[in-house]
Design a protein. Sequence first.
Length: 447
Amino acid sequence: MDCDHLTEICFKSDIAPIFSKVLCRKEQLMQLLLLVDSGCSYCPNVFIYGQASTGKTYTVENLMQILKLPHIFINCLESQSDRQLYRHIRKSITYEILQVTHDENNYSDTLDNFLKYLKDLTMKFEKSIFMVFDNADLITNLNSTFLSVLLSLKELVNPKITVFLISNLPWEDLSLGVNCRQPFLQFFPSYRKEELVTILNRSCKLSDNEQFNIVYLNEILGVFLSVCRDLRELNYLAQKYYFFYQKPVNSGEVQISETRILWTHFRSHLQTALSKIYLRESNSFQWDKMNRRYANYNDDTKELSNLSTLDRIQLPLYSKYLLIAAYIASYNPVAADRKFMKQVKSSRSKVLTYSKSRKMNDWLSGPKQFSIERILSIFHHIIEDDIPTNINIFAQISSLVSLQLISKNSDDNYLTYMCLVTFDFIRSISKSIQFDIRPYLSNFSGS
């Protein structure tokens, strides 16, 4: 496509907002705009790759939304099996593209049924459809051939279907088992320091004094950029420590132009932060809330200590269910598993045959050790989705052990686990996912 057409695209009224919203990605945006522009005969499949937090997903999302292109967005991290991935794709098409609130037959259990559904869809829907898959490198873990099928949908189903794959890995790492035409490759490089200052200055919204903000952001990046290039983490750090940077100015001890003296006051806080980078003791919203309370306190850490453990720990959905399963396994006797599971499934009104004294003894004696098979059995019973036991589930159990929510013990080459959280903590976890744990505990089943 020639330079005249490129210039014509840049000055279109519906495209101009993209460049003002997506900063420091003009070159990549121009390439993608040339591909999806209506002047092209067809849009090829696109593989977008680069380091984490380089604006890949954000750029594609804004491109699709501002141009109002019919699209679906699928995060492959949310799918634990190929069947679940088919279901997510069909559900997204139903709600986002067809704008139908109910699909009577929303299950596509096999690849053949999934392809048949897409063929029927394209016969009724005349416009082009864009399917965006974030964390696309995880697709190969679900189904070894599905990535090849996605990139062949133009030949298998309809040329109007275009697939965007977003990954942190380069194409060479994924193309070994892929038997199809290579997609268009678009690389997103890491942001330079001056680009990070521009992006953080807009996203953080620190103060009205832009020059003061830029000096502060340069100080932050000068310290952290050598060990962290993650934009989300840098955004978090910039908001977290801005209170300490501006505190001498607000108190009148230092003038706003005395940057060297400000750095002297601020340096000790950054030295502490370097040893705790990526350790999220509170999120940005909680930190801002604490900062507003700090104005009435001399001790900068007094209120932060009042944050509960639950507020400081962010767990994925399946990790919460695994922790609930671990708590049930620790405080229920093994013999009660089959009975209380059957009771909860059939009728909540039935009670177990355990006496109240035995229930109380089981409760007061503390948590018991359990095997990995037992926690997985309870996990698959209490969760609604059909989740296969794969490496992701075991990785989340390991994460719970690392967070010291579950302990791991080894005795004669036999691993056992034990839940370490309190009942108040597990009840809060249960409430966060609308799950009532009490019917599953033998101590509460008779009450």
